[in-house]
Ligand binder design. Structure first.
Ligand code: NAD
Length: 276
């Protein structure tokens, strides 16, 4: 992805916003940040702890950003400090990108009913769904009317994906939260949407059991017979966060090569491999 050129333009000129969820150059949030920057946006970033600062700082600098806030979404003090920094530096913001999820590795393998613990459930829902509600409320307090928010979700919310388990439940909560947030903020013309991306090789994806099979299956069974390109996800975020997306809110938009649309694969190697 590093070599790819993002379409340049002025669609985000004059807009400022916060990107939550860059861990490294493979992060979906980083593809989105690069696209928004290429269209003139001014960006601030959060990072989760000192270990990630080393990776996030040079990325932020490469798009001219000097607002870097340490933020763990389970820690109210760091959330308060992040939004205070934005208020102090900018006064107002125009958009929020939320690309944060977590579940313990033990929760992301094997049987959902057997392996999901109370603590694992609470932590996955807290970090992966409630954090969008919390960040969205704080962002709305300093957001210009007409602003926009985007979060990242996955098809495991709608259908069973092996090993995705409690994260699928968290993504269902995230998508429902997106709709409720859209209703609350709609009168201020603030739009809230989710992008349902197909599998992309990132740190978070590496935590899911049988990830390799997931990529192969997605490629074989999607309409486009290919894996999801982060550029497409970044393009969708640009549409939803810019004025191109006017009147679109409360939506879960799939960017997955059409995988979600397929009920049964077309004739081809996947079908040939089935036993009679
Ligand atoms: P990533 O590992 O690059 O990003 C995940 C981010 O979540 C990291 O920056 C991490 O620091 C952050 N995070 C986790 N716990 C946190 C906490 N307590 N406080 C603050 N930050 C925390 O992986 P990614 O794949 O780019 O994930 C971004 C989003 O995209 C996630 O919501 C993920 O579920 C979603 N998504 C990923 C895929 C995929 O295949 N990679 C597909 C669909 C949706």
């Amino acid at each position: 992805m590093a070599e790819q050129n993002f379409p340049q333009g002025q669609l985000m000129a004059g807009k400022r916003g916060l990107i939550m969820g860059v861990a490294n150059k493979n992060s979906i949030a980083w593809a989105i940040a690069r696209q928004l920057s290429a269209q003139g946006a001014e960006l601030a970033f959060t990072y989760q702890g000192d270990a990630l600062l080393r990776r996030v700082k040079p990325l932020a600098e490469s798009v001219g950003s000097d607002i870097l806030c340490e933020c763990d979404v389970t820690n109210d003090d760091t959330m308060d400090a992040t939004f205070k920094t934005l208020k102090d530096k900018w006064g107002k913001i125009d958009f929020l990108v939320h690309a944060i999820a977590f579940a313990g590795k033990d929760q992301l393998a094997g049987s959902f009913i057997e392996n999901t613990t109370r603590e694992g459930f609470k932590s996955a829902l807290d970090i992966s769904a409630y954090s969008f509600v919390d960040a969205g409320r704080r962002a709305a307090e300093i957001m210009n009317d007409g602003g926009a928010m985007v979060t990242l979700t996955y098809l495991g919310s709608e259908r069973v994906i092996p090993n995705y388990n409690v994260m699928g439940v968290a993504k269902a909560a995230l998508e429902a939260s997106t709709r409720y947030m859209a209703a609350d903020l709609g009168p201020r013309q603030i739009r809230v949407n989710a992008i349902s991306a197909g599998p992309i090789k990132t740190l978070a994806a590496a935590g899911i059991g049988s990830g390799r099979h997931m990529f192969r299956f997605n490629k074989a069974a999607s309409a486009m017979q290919d894996n999801t390109d982060p550029m497409g996800v970044a393009g969708a975020a640009l549409y939803l966060l810019s004025d191109l997306g006017l009147s679109c809110t409360g939506e879960t938009h799939h960017v997955d090569g059409g995988f979600h649309a397929i009920g049964m694969p077309q004739e081809g190697p996947l079908r040939e491999s089935m036993p009679d």
